[in-house]
Design a protein around this ligand. Structure first.
Ligand code: AMP
Length: 410
């Protein structure tokens, strides 16, 4: 149990000046948050006022607390009626579990209940949680529709609606599910939409579900990336594994996420690391929910120092103290690089990202360097002369902010 902070510490907290109520400020001070992050400063007052909000922000910016704190506050202001009054939709089970876990932590001094539902696991436990009359429900779209279809969930008392990672939800093909769920909600409600990017499909969705929203954008990930000490190593394919093992054996590597492009590659790499005496876990989309949770838990607890992951499985995963992100394979989509390296240097801590670049991947590196507008220094060895990247912005003023730029398709 975390110790209770003093009254003075709660009074002096900048969260109090944002209008957050005492029990919630007490909880965030207990969590060790001394200052709200920029997204929290922008979003919390607008949500407390009851406005709709459209926010452009990545995971790692503190966005969960930005919506969970005001949501819990608003739930305390209206009377509980034993029905679901707030719904958070999010694309993956990991994100759903994390949001619910945060809601429990922030709401620990409030008499509110939350429940979380997602697919890929048995339904019974989730049904039991729903029977306990949660005020807040966190859900992935597929399982939510299932349970609505079975008459187990009703959404006609929802007053607050959050669509988290809307761009990703649409990418994963949930657009019809999201529309069906939205149609079941009362028209009179508060709605918040979070998205890391604003492709036109998301813009369209916002027009139909938000009313006169306050628009908030925090610094693009390319700027967040400045906190991270990035480097590249140009390697031959045959040497990649030896270079990775060398990097992982350095004493400063206390907790590392290693990214591969394919599930098969992730499995193989984990086995090879194990053979080399480096204990590693693995998460990817073909692993069962239980196996993923166990691998994550071991990584969180520090019993495995290395987690091998693919992009889909890793996005949104929140583990503090990741000292290194290693791109064993570069991602084919430049934005994924920014998501990956964002697993380190969370909430202002420093971190390192090291990318192994083999011949075939040099074109991907060029795209990444254009996106983040810097040439990444080499960790050791030279940069091949032909691998120079022009990182100047396309227009003299730097063009549109990165996070409103349309998503590149490959
Ligand atoms: P999120 O973007 O919601 O995934 O949050 C990223 C991480 O930042 C989580 O580990 C949070 O616990 C942490 N966090 C959120 N708000 C703050 C804050 N104001 N100060 C310090 N850490 C925070």
């Amino acid at each position: 149990m975390l110790p209770l902070p003093s009254d003075e510490a709660v009074d002096a907290s900048a969260f109090t000046s944002l209008g957050v109520s005492r029990p919630l400020v007490t909880a965030v001070v207990q969590e060790g948050y001394s200052e709200p992050t920029p997204i929290q400063t922008a979003v919390i007052p607008a949500l407390l006022e009851g406005r709709d909000v459209l926010a452009c922000a990545q995971t790692g910016t503190g966005k969960t607390a930005a919506f969970v704190l005001p949501l819990l506050d608003r739930l305390m202001q209206s009377r509980g009626n034993g029905r679901i009054r707030a719904l958070v939709l999010t694309p993956t089970r990991e994100l759903a579990a994390q949001i619910a876990e945060r809601a429990t932590a922030y709401g620990r001094h409030l008499p509110l209940r939350n429940a979380v539902i997602y697919g890929g696991v048995g339904q019974q436990k989730q049904e039991d949680a729903l029977r306990r009359q949660p005020d807040l429900l966190v859900a992935t779209p597929g399982r939510l529709l299932d349970l609505i279809g079975q008459g187990i969930v009703r959404l006609d008392a929802v007053e607050h609606y959050v669509l988290d990672e809307a761009d990703r939800m649409l990418d994963m093909g949930f657009v019809h599910d999201v529309r069906r769920i939205t149609a079941l909600l009362p028209k009179q409600r508060q709605t918040l939409l979070f998205s890391a990017t604003m492709p036109s499909e998301v813009e369209q969705l916002t027009r139909t579900i938000l009313v006169d929203p306050v628009r908030v954008a925090v610094k693009p990930p390319a700027t967040t990336a400045e906190l991270i000490d990035q480097s590249v190593v140009f390697v031959e394919r045959a040497d990649k594994r030896a270079v990775l093992e060398k990097v992982l054996c350095a004493p400063e590597v206390s907790r590392a996420m290693v990214f591969t492009r394919t599930k098969h590659g992730a499995n193989r790499l984990r086995e090879q690391l194990e053979k080399a005496g480096i204990g590693a876990g693995v998460i990817h989309g073909n692993k069962s929910q239980g196996a993923r949770e166990r691998a994550l838990e071991a990584f969180r607890a520090g019993s495995t120092r290395v987690l091998v992951a693919t992009d889909i499985a890793a996005r949104g995963i929140d583990v503090d103290g990741v000292s290194h992100v290693i791109n064993y394979d570069l991602p084919e989509v430049a934005e994924a690089y920014v998501h990956r390296i964002g697993r380190t240097a969370r909430a202002g801590a420093s971190g390192r990202a090291i990318s192994l670049v083999e011949g075939e991947d040099r074109a991907y590196l060029r795209q990444i360097e254009r996106l983040i507008r810097m040439e990444i220094p080499t960790l050791f060895g030279d940069r091949p002369a032909e691998q120079r990247t022009d990182t100047r912005p396309a227009s003299p003023r730097g063009g549109r902010p990165q996070h409103f730029a349309p998503r590149r398709r490959h």
